[in-house]
Design a protein around this ligand. Structure first.
Ligand SMILES: Nc1ncnc2c1ncn2[C@@H]1O[C@H](COP(=O)(O)OP(=O)(O)OP(=O)(O)O)[C@@H](O)[C@H]1O
Length: 131
């Protein structure tokens, strides 16, 4: 599979195109995080899966997972178009002291599938026949 389309998408960009991960852009929630509709300046739509902060996944595990997804190529599997894997150091209060915490900014970006095509993607063109 040609991976030329998959690219790093900065958290700042994802924040902008999802209207700050707003509720009105929320497409749904899954086990790994919430999925938002992102709209690029040129009108292109994508689905941004913002991974849970608490996910016990180090940078290497994330890259491995990303590579696994990248190598999938099947008509019934939604295409991965980008990812975000950033760390932000923040000063925060903990137990009465100021500590430096690392906030993970991780997301997977998929082609956006409107409801109808999501159904079709998952189940194909099944025509139910009454006998
Ligand atoms: N590519 C997409 N285009 C449009 N909507 C999507 C897309 N991917 C996910 N969604 C929406 O977001 C919801 C959550 O998706 P997500 O993949 O996170 O969880 P899931 O399908 O319930 O599986 P799991 O919890 O195992 O990850 C879906 O039910 C769907 O409504």
């Amino acid at each position: 599979m040609d991976n030329v389309d998959q690219k790093h998408m900065p958290h700042k960009l994802l924040y902008e195109i999802t209207d700050g991960f707003s509720e009105k852009r929320l497409l749904g929630r899954g086990a790994f995080g919430a999925v938002y509709k992102g709209i690029h300046k040129d009108g292109q739509e994508i689905a941004v899966k913002l991974l849970h902060q608490s996910m016990d996944l180090d940078g290497n595990a994330f890259s491995k997972e990303f590579n696994n997804l990248t190598n999938l190529d099947h008509p019934n599997i939604v295409r991965l178009v980008g990812y975000c894997n950033e760390e932000e150091k923040l000063a925060t209060e903990y137990d009465g002291r100021t500590i430096i915490a690392t906030k993970m900014r991780r997301a997977l970006c998929f082609e956006y599938l409107p409801n109808g095509s999501l159904q079709k993607h998952l189940f194909g063109d099944i025509v139910r026949q009454n006998s």
